[in-house]
Design a protein around this ligand. Structure first.
Ligand code: ATP
Ligand code: MG
Length: 304
Protein backbone atom coordinates (compact mmCIF):
# COMPACT_ATOMS: atom_id res chain seq x y z
CA UNK A 1 0.00 0.00 0.00
CA UNK A 2 1.12 3.53 -0.67
CA UNK A 3 -0.04 6.66 1.15
CA UNK A 4 -0.44 9.67 -1.14
CA UNK A 5 -1.22 13.26 -0.25
CA UNK A 6 -1.46 15.03 -3.61
CA UNK A 7 -4.18 15.01 -6.24
CA UNK A 8 -1.57 14.64 -8.98
CA UNK A 9 -0.07 11.49 -7.44
CA UNK A 10 -3.50 9.86 -6.95
CA UNK A 11 -4.48 10.63 -10.54
CA UNK A 12 -1.20 9.18 -11.80
CA UNK A 13 -1.55 5.94 -9.82
CA UNK A 14 -5.21 5.47 -10.86
CA UNK A 15 -4.33 6.24 -14.50
CA UNK A 16 -1.61 3.58 -14.33
CA UNK A 17 -4.03 1.02 -12.84
CA UNK A 18 -6.56 1.71 -15.60
CA UNK A 19 -3.88 1.60 -18.29
CA UNK A 20 -3.00 -1.89 -17.01
CA UNK A 21 -6.64 -2.90 -17.53
CA UNK A 22 -7.72 -2.59 -13.89
CA UNK A 23 -11.01 -1.31 -12.54
CA UNK A 24 -10.71 1.20 -9.71
CA UNK A 25 -12.83 0.90 -6.55
CA UNK A 26 -13.13 3.81 -4.15
CA UNK A 27 -14.10 4.20 -0.47
CA UNK A 28 -14.35 7.81 0.76
CA UNK A 29 -14.06 8.23 4.55
CA UNK A 30 -13.28 10.62 7.38
CA UNK A 31 -11.09 8.06 9.13
CA UNK A 32 -11.02 6.70 12.70
CA UNK A 33 -11.84 3.37 11.16
CA UNK A 34 -14.27 0.82 12.58
CA UNK A 35 -15.87 -2.34 11.21
CA UNK A 36 -18.31 -0.27 9.13
CA UNK A 37 -15.42 1.25 7.19
CA UNK A 38 -13.70 -2.13 6.98
CA UNK A 39 -16.83 -3.70 5.47
CA UNK A 40 -16.72 -1.11 2.67
CA UNK A 41 -13.01 -1.76 2.10
CA UNK A 42 -13.66 -5.51 1.90
CA UNK A 43 -16.51 -5.04 -0.57
CA UNK A 44 -14.21 -2.96 -2.78
CA UNK A 45 -11.26 -5.35 -2.39
CA UNK A 46 -13.49 -8.27 -3.40
CA UNK A 47 -14.87 -6.56 -6.51
CA UNK A 48 -12.20 -4.22 -7.86
CA UNK A 49 -8.64 -4.55 -9.12
CA UNK A 50 -7.26 -1.38 -7.58
CA UNK A 51 -8.73 0.06 -4.38
CA UNK A 52 -8.35 3.64 -3.19
CA UNK A 53 -9.46 4.78 0.28
CA UNK A 54 -9.56 8.50 1.00
CA UNK A 55 -9.23 9.81 4.55
CA UNK A 56 -10.22 13.45 4.72
CA UNK A 57 -12.05 15.16 7.56
CA UNK A 58 -13.91 17.49 5.25
CA UNK A 59 -14.38 20.89 6.89
CA UNK A 60 -17.15 22.03 4.53
CA UNK A 61 -19.57 19.37 5.76
CA UNK A 62 -19.34 20.55 9.38
CA UNK A 63 -21.53 23.39 10.63
CA UNK A 64 -19.92 26.33 12.47
CA UNK A 65 -20.96 24.93 15.88
CA UNK A 66 -20.23 21.29 15.07
CA UNK A 67 -17.36 19.02 16.11
CA UNK A 68 -14.75 19.60 13.36
CA UNK A 69 -12.02 20.47 15.89
CA UNK A 70 -12.86 17.53 18.15
CA UNK A 71 -13.41 14.96 15.41
CA UNK A 72 -11.54 11.76 16.39
CA UNK A 73 -8.33 11.06 14.48
CA UNK A 74 -5.90 8.13 14.50
CA UNK A 75 -3.66 8.36 11.42
CA UNK A 76 -1.31 5.52 12.44
CA UNK A 77 -4.13 3.16 13.44
CA UNK A 78 -5.98 3.98 10.22
CA UNK A 79 -2.92 3.29 8.08
CA UNK A 80 -2.55 -0.11 9.79
CA UNK A 81 -6.21 -0.92 9.02
CA UNK A 82 -5.92 -0.06 5.34
CA UNK A 83 -2.69 -2.12 5.13
CA UNK A 84 -4.47 -5.07 6.74
CA UNK A 85 -7.40 -4.77 4.31
CA UNK A 86 -5.07 -4.90 1.32
CA UNK A 87 -5.84 -1.39 0.08
CA UNK A 88 -3.66 -0.11 -2.79
CA UNK A 89 -3.73 3.64 -2.13
CA UNK A 90 -4.58 5.60 1.01
CA UNK A 91 -5.21 9.22 0.01
CA UNK A 92 -4.78 11.65 2.91
CA UNK A 93 -4.85 15.17 1.44
CA UNK A 94 -4.38 18.34 3.48
CA UNK A 95 -7.27 20.82 3.55
CA UNK A 96 -5.55 23.26 1.17
CA UNK A 97 -4.88 20.47 -1.34
CA UNK A 98 -8.66 19.90 -1.60
CA UNK A 99 -9.73 23.54 -1.16
CA UNK A 100 -7.08 25.85 -2.62
CA UNK A 101 -7.66 29.58 -2.25
CA UNK A 102 -10.03 30.91 -4.90
CA UNK A 103 -12.37 27.90 -5.16
CA UNK A 104 -15.93 29.09 -5.88
CA UNK A 105 -17.83 25.96 -6.92
CA UNK A 106 -20.30 23.95 -4.85
CA UNK A 107 -22.32 20.89 -5.90
CA UNK A 108 -25.88 21.12 -4.59
CA UNK A 109 -28.51 18.37 -4.83
CA UNK A 110 -31.93 19.94 -4.49
CA UNK A 111 -34.82 18.59 -2.43
CA UNK A 112 -33.37 15.37 -1.00
CA UNK A 113 -30.95 17.44 1.08
CA UNK A 114 -33.56 19.59 2.78
CA UNK A 115 -35.22 17.01 5.02
CA UNK A 116 -33.90 14.69 7.74
CA UNK A 117 -30.27 15.56 8.54
CA UNK A 118 -30.39 18.44 6.05
CA UNK A 119 -32.95 20.28 8.19
CA UNK A 120 -30.77 20.27 11.31
CA UNK A 121 -27.41 20.50 9.49
CA UNK A 122 -27.84 23.27 6.88
CA UNK A 123 -25.09 23.13 4.25
CA UNK A 124 -23.91 19.69 5.38
CA UNK A 125 -24.87 17.87 2.19
CA UNK A 126 -23.42 20.59 -0.04
CA UNK A 127 -20.12 19.88 1.71
CA UNK A 128 -20.58 16.14 1.14
CA UNK A 129 -21.55 16.32 -2.53
CA UNK A 130 -18.84 18.84 -3.36
CA UNK A 131 -16.04 16.79 -1.81
CA UNK A 132 -17.37 13.49 -3.21
CA UNK A 133 -17.68 14.97 -6.72
CA UNK A 134 -14.07 16.22 -6.46
CA UNK A 135 -12.85 12.86 -5.18
CA UNK A 136 -14.69 11.02 -7.98
CA UNK A 137 -13.01 13.35 -10.47
CA UNK A 138 -9.57 12.66 -8.95
CA UNK A 139 -9.89 8.88 -8.51
CA UNK A 140 -12.12 8.05 -11.48
CA UNK A 141 -13.63 4.96 -9.82
CA UNK A 142 -15.75 2.37 -11.62
CA UNK A 143 -17.42 1.70 -8.30
CA UNK A 144 -17.69 3.74 -5.10
CA UNK A 145 -18.86 2.27 -1.79
CA UNK A 146 -21.07 3.94 0.81
CA UNK A 147 -22.65 2.58 3.99
CA UNK A 148 -26.39 2.45 4.56
CA UNK A 149 -25.87 3.85 8.05
CA UNK A 150 -25.87 7.16 6.18
CA UNK A 151 -28.98 6.37 4.15
CA UNK A 152 -29.72 9.96 3.19
CA UNK A 153 -26.11 10.49 2.11
CA UNK A 154 -26.33 7.39 -0.08
CA UNK A 155 -29.57 8.61 -1.71
CA UNK A 156 -28.06 12.07 -2.30
CA UNK A 157 -24.86 10.65 -3.85
CA UNK A 158 -26.88 8.34 -6.12
CA UNK A 159 -28.95 11.33 -7.26
CA UNK A 160 -25.81 13.39 -7.90
CA UNK A 161 -24.15 10.59 -9.89
CA UNK A 162 -27.28 10.18 -12.02
CA UNK A 163 -27.86 13.90 -12.55
CA UNK A 164 -24.22 14.63 -13.46
CA UNK A 165 -23.87 11.46 -15.60
CA UNK A 166 -20.89 10.41 -13.51
CA UNK A 167 -19.52 7.10 -14.84
CA UNK A 168 -19.48 5.44 -11.42
CA UNK A 169 -21.55 2.66 -9.92
CA UNK A 170 -22.62 3.81 -6.44
CA UNK A 171 -22.72 0.70 -4.24
CA UNK A 172 -24.74 0.70 -1.00
CA UNK A 173 -23.33 -1.58 1.72
CA UNK A 174 -25.01 -3.05 4.83
CA UNK A 175 -25.25 -1.05 8.04
CA UNK A 176 -22.84 -2.67 10.54
CA UNK A 177 -23.90 -2.77 14.20
CA UNK A 178 -22.39 -3.65 17.56
CA UNK A 179 -23.78 -6.87 19.04
CA UNK A 180 -26.28 -4.87 21.14
CA UNK A 181 -27.57 -3.12 18.01
CA UNK A 182 -25.82 0.25 18.17
CA UNK A 183 -24.82 1.40 14.68
CA UNK A 184 -21.04 1.72 14.45
CA UNK A 185 -19.91 5.30 14.07
CA UNK A 186 -16.63 7.10 14.63
CA UNK A 187 -18.62 9.48 16.82
CA UNK A 188 -19.53 6.67 19.25
CA UNK A 189 -16.18 7.50 20.88
CA UNK A 190 -17.93 10.59 22.33
CA UNK A 191 -20.20 8.32 24.44
CA UNK A 192 -19.37 7.72 28.09
CA UNK A 193 -20.48 4.43 29.66
CA UNK A 194 -23.97 5.65 30.59
CA UNK A 195 -24.59 7.30 27.23
CA UNK A 196 -23.27 4.22 25.45
CA UNK A 197 -25.84 2.11 27.33
CA UNK A 198 -28.62 4.62 26.63
CA UNK A 199 -27.78 4.68 22.90
CA UNK A 200 -29.08 1.14 22.40
CA UNK A 201 -32.64 2.51 22.55
CA UNK A 202 -32.21 3.96 19.03
CA UNK A 203 -31.79 0.64 17.22
CA UNK A 204 -34.25 -0.92 19.67
CA UNK A 205 -36.93 1.57 18.63
CA UNK A 206 -36.27 0.91 14.93
CA UNK A 207 -36.51 -2.83 15.57
CA UNK A 208 -39.83 -2.34 17.37
CA UNK A 209 -41.11 -0.24 14.45
CA UNK A 210 -39.98 -2.88 11.92
CA UNK A 211 -41.84 -5.57 13.84
CA UNK A 212 -45.01 -3.46 13.80
CA UNK A 213 -44.77 -3.08 10.00
CA UNK A 214 -44.21 -6.82 9.60
CA UNK A 215 -47.31 -7.45 11.75
CA UNK A 216 -49.38 -5.24 9.43
CA UNK A 217 -49.15 -1.62 10.55
CA UNK A 218 -48.93 0.52 7.39
CA UNK A 219 -49.68 3.97 8.81
CA UNK A 220 -46.49 6.05 8.56
CA UNK A 221 -47.53 8.50 11.30
CA UNK A 222 -48.24 5.62 13.69
CA UNK A 223 -44.84 4.07 12.98
CA UNK A 224 -43.13 7.40 13.48
CA UNK A 225 -44.95 7.86 16.79
CA UNK A 226 -44.03 4.33 17.86
CA UNK A 227 -40.34 5.16 17.39
CA UNK A 228 -40.69 8.45 19.28
CA UNK A 229 -42.61 6.76 22.13
CA UNK A 230 -40.19 3.84 22.36
CA UNK A 231 -37.28 6.24 22.76
CA UNK A 232 -39.54 8.17 25.15
CA UNK A 233 -37.68 9.83 27.96
CA UNK A 234 -34.61 7.62 27.92
CA UNK A 235 -31.94 9.35 30.01
CA UNK A 236 -29.39 11.38 28.02
CA UNK A 237 -31.36 10.92 24.77
CA UNK A 238 -32.99 13.81 22.92
CA UNK A 239 -34.61 13.06 19.56
CA UNK A 240 -33.60 15.41 16.72
CA UNK A 241 -35.95 13.86 14.16
CA UNK A 242 -37.77 10.67 13.32
CA UNK A 243 -39.08 10.44 9.74
CA UNK A 244 -40.82 7.85 7.61
CA UNK A 245 -40.07 8.56 3.94
CA UNK A 246 -39.87 7.02 0.48
CA UNK A 247 -36.54 5.18 0.35
CA UNK A 248 -35.44 6.69 -2.98
CA UNK A 249 -36.90 10.21 -3.02
CA UNK A 250 -36.93 10.78 0.77
CA UNK A 251 -40.39 12.36 0.34
CA UNK A 252 -42.73 11.91 3.33
CA UNK A 253 -45.32 9.14 2.87
CA UNK A 254 -48.62 8.35 4.54
CA UNK A 255 -48.83 4.61 3.91
CA UNK A 256 -45.97 2.12 4.05
CA UNK A 257 -46.65 0.16 0.87
CA UNK A 258 -43.40 0.45 -1.09
CA UNK A 259 -39.71 0.73 -0.18
CA UNK A 260 -39.58 2.92 2.90
CA UNK A 261 -36.85 4.47 5.02
CA UNK A 262 -37.46 4.99 8.74
CA UNK A 263 -34.64 7.31 9.78
CA UNK A 264 -33.76 9.08 12.99
CA UNK A 265 -31.17 11.32 14.58
CA UNK A 266 -30.76 11.85 18.30
CA UNK A 267 -28.40 13.57 20.66
CA UNK A 268 -27.07 10.98 23.12
CA UNK A 269 -24.77 12.43 25.75
CA UNK A 270 -22.24 14.49 23.74
CA UNK A 271 -22.83 12.72 20.42
CA UNK A 272 -25.35 13.25 17.66
CA UNK A 273 -26.12 9.78 16.31
CA UNK A 274 -28.12 8.61 13.31
CA UNK A 275 -29.74 5.27 12.58
CA UNK A 276 -32.30 3.84 10.19
CA UNK A 277 -34.08 0.80 8.85
CA UNK A 278 -35.11 0.29 5.23
CA UNK A 279 -38.26 -1.73 4.67
CA UNK A 280 -38.47 -3.26 1.20
CA UNK A 281 -41.42 -4.83 -0.59
CA UNK A 282 -39.53 -6.67 -3.33
CA UNK A 283 -41.13 -10.00 -2.43
CA UNK A 284 -44.57 -8.50 -1.74
CA UNK A 285 -44.36 -8.66 2.04
CA UNK A 286 -42.45 -5.99 3.97
CA UNK A 287 -38.86 -7.02 4.72
CA UNK A 288 -36.93 -4.84 7.17
CA UNK A 289 -33.20 -4.43 6.56
CA UNK A 290 -31.57 -3.45 9.83
CA UNK A 291 -28.08 -4.40 8.61
CA UNK A 292 -25.61 -6.85 10.13
CA UNK A 293 -23.99 -7.36 13.53
CA UNK A 294 -20.20 -7.16 13.76
CA UNK A 295 -20.11 -10.57 15.46
CA UNK A 296 -22.36 -12.24 12.88
CA UNK A 297 -20.70 -14.59 10.43
CA UNK A 298 -20.47 -13.32 6.89
CA UNK A 299 -21.72 -10.06 5.43
CA UNK A 300 -24.78 -9.64 3.30
CA UNK A 301 -24.13 -8.93 -0.35
CA UNK A 302 -23.78 -5.28 -1.24
CA UNK A 303 -26.50 -4.10 -3.63
CA UNK A 304 -26.32 -1.80 -6.61
N1 ATP B 1 -21.96 1.34 10.86
C1 ATP B 1 -21.68 1.47 9.57
N2 ATP B 1 -22.02 0.50 8.69
C2 ATP B 1 -21.75 0.64 7.37
N3 ATP B 1 -21.13 1.70 6.84
C3 ATP B 1 -20.77 2.69 7.68
C4 ATP B 1 -21.02 2.63 9.08
N4 ATP B 1 -20.55 3.77 9.63
C5 ATP B 1 -20.03 4.51 8.64
N5 ATP B 1 -20.15 3.86 7.46
C6 ATP B 1 -19.78 4.36 6.15
O1 ATP B 1 -18.42 4.70 6.09
C7 ATP B 1 -18.24 5.74 5.13
C8 ATP B 1 -17.40 6.82 5.75
O2 ATP B 1 -18.12 7.38 6.83
P1 ATP B 1 -17.44 8.23 7.97
O3 ATP B 1 -15.97 8.21 7.81
O4 ATP B 1 -18.16 9.50 8.13
O5 ATP B 1 -17.69 7.31 9.28
P2 ATP B 1 -18.80 7.45 10.37
O6 ATP B 1 -18.69 6.32 11.30
O7 ATP B 1 -20.09 7.74 9.68
O8 ATP B 1 -18.36 8.71 11.17
P3 ATP B 1 -19.36 9.76 11.79
O9 ATP B 1 -20.49 9.02 12.39
O10 ATP B 1 -18.52 10.48 12.74
O11 ATP B 1 -19.77 10.58 10.60
C9 ATP B 1 -19.65 6.22 4.74
O12 ATP B 1 -20.01 5.64 3.50
C10 ATP B 1 -20.49 5.66 5.86
O13 ATP B 1 -21.84 5.42 5.48
MG1 MG C 1 -20.14 9.78 8.87
Amino acid sequence: MITLTTIADVRASCDAARAAGGRVGFVPTMGFFHEGHRSLMRAARAADDFVVVSLFVNPTQFGPNEDLGAYPRDPDGDRAVTEAEGIDVLFTPAVDEMYPAGARTTVHVDGLTERLCGASRPGHFDGVTTIVAKLFSIVGPSRAYFGRKDAQQLAVIRRMATDLDLPVDVVGCPLVREVDGLALSSRNVYLDADARQAATILSGALYTASEAVVRGQRDAAAIRQLVVDTIGHAPQVRVDYVEVVDAATLEPIEQITSDTLVALAAFVGKARLIDNVTITFAAGDPTPDLGVLTASSGMQEADH
